[in-house]
Design a protein around this ligand. Structure first.
Ligand SMILES: [Zn+2]
Length: 409
């Protein structure tokens, strides 16, 4: 048993946190008094470890090897094909491992990764990411989503590969209905994903409407399917960019359906700021979904890293603190409430989307924690420090310090 003493909680109060084995057993003022092994936190901020519930570990760090393209989603997908053909499980494993380690260093200990499943790479990406997850099981928990990036109807053979991926141990059913060529194929894509999820008893996490075209409306197909089948609280929709371009009446209706189906929304402003609005001149759209409206409706919404130096996005380092900062810019988050929302969107919200039951800074939760060298969450956002320490299942898994001096004359 050990304890953090004199730590600042996100709400600004000071408390101790007691950990026994893998679990937090007490949080409160003075609860560390009796514990022998204590870490004096000197009023520094303690947070539950970050959760990155939307990342693509199979694609990370390939950017330098790709040809240049037009910067759009379609351009990026096309540019990756050639590299994807050359993937080996070892190559994917090493790149994914590097980014998992970077994520842990930046305070994230739970990740959920989409992994391409298609007739170009077959199951090689999944094999690589699952191997990396096993390599890193001592420092992080990594789950996988079988993701038919090239479509299901557009890519004959992909559906059978999806079945094989789930048999091989992929945790969640992915999808990308808007990538199909017409509305009836989109609808069929959604139906096939739900059929797989029911058959294998898996949750669903699809890429939905990642386009500026307000006429693309597969989110409603996903919500309707979830409601019809009673798949409540088991579905996540990522990106959902076109909702911002659609009319308000549609948006209101579909947001209400998402609320009823308890669908989580992965708004990934970091990459969508880069990918969307490429056809605009002058006043360029941000390309993000209706973050404010989802929030107001009480729909669970989180921010993901999505991409790390791949064909879609040249930056990223597994820092959910950076993701929260960039997302705050994209979503006009400035008030105290707004900043609390940004914290929620990289901690409890993605944990809920992953249906993690034992998450948080409370007795009974798994002791996945981080200590920040600042006194508050707003200072963490502003200054972007590395966590001083990160714990996974109650064990110290990362430690960082930065030395910086000013020399006066
Ligand atoms: Zn994505």
């Amino acid at each position: 048993m050990w304890a953090l003493q004199d730590a600042r909680l996100p709400d600004g109060t000071t408390a101790d946190v007691v950990v026994d084995q893998e679990r937090i057993t007490a949080v409160g003022e003075g609860v560390a008094e009796e514990i022998t092994e204590r870490l004096d936190c000197r009023g520094h901020l303690v947070l539950p470890a970050f959760v990155d519930a939307h990342v693509h570990l199979d694609k990370v760090l390939i950017r330098d090897e790709l040809r240049e393209h037009d910067g759009t989603l379609a351009g990026a997908i096309g540019a990756i094909h050639e590299r994807k053909r050359r993937y080996t499980a070892k190559d994917v494993r090493l790149r994914a491992r590097t980014v998992i380690e970077e994520s842990v260093r930046h305070g994230a200990t739970r990740l959920r990764s989409h992994v391409d499943v298609d007739t170009i790479g077959g199951l090689v990406p999944l094999e690589g990411v699952m191997a990396a997850a096993a390599d890193c099981a001592d420092i992080a928990e990594v789950r996988t989503i079988a993701f038919p990036q090239e479509g299901l109807l557009r890519d004959p053979g992909a559906f059978e590969l999806m079945e094989a991926a789930l048999q091989a141990g992929a945790d969640v059913v992915g999808g990308m209905p808007h990538w199909e060529v017409d509305e009836s194929s989109q609808r069929e894509h959604v139906r096939l994903c739900f059929e797989l999820a029911e058959r294998f008893d898996r949750d669903i996490d699809m890429h939905v409407d990642e386009t500026d075209d307000g006429g693309v409306r597969t989110l409603e197909m996903v919500a309707d399917e979830a409601l019809d089948r009673g798949y409540i609280g088991r579905v996540c929709a990522g990106h959902v960019c076109s909702l911002s371009a659609a009319d308000d009446a549609y948006a209101e209706r579909v947001i209400e359906k998402c609320r009823r189906a308890e669908i989580s929304i992965a708004a990934n402003p970091v990459t969508n700021l880069m990918l969307q609005g490429r056809g605009d001149h002058g006043l360029i759209r941000r390309g993000t979904t209706r973050i404010g409206e989802f929030r107001q409706a009480g729909v669970n919404l989180f921010f993901g890293q999505d991409c790390v130096k791949d064909g879609f996005y040249p930056f990223g380092r597994g820092s959910m603190l950076e993701v929260a900062l960039i997302s705050a810019h994209a979503a006009h988050l400035t008030t105290r409430d707004d900043l609390d929302f940004a914290l929620h969107a990289v901690t409890a919200a993605p944990a809920l989307a992953m249906r993690v039951a034992d998450y948080g800074l409370r007795p009974g939760a798994r002791a996945d924690l981080q200590l920040m060298p600042v006194p508050s969450w707003s200072e963490a956002l502003r200054l972007q420090p590395l966590p001083e320490k990160v714990w996974f299942r109650g064990r110290l898994v990362a430690e960082s310090s930065v030395r910086s001096e000013i020399y006066r004359s």
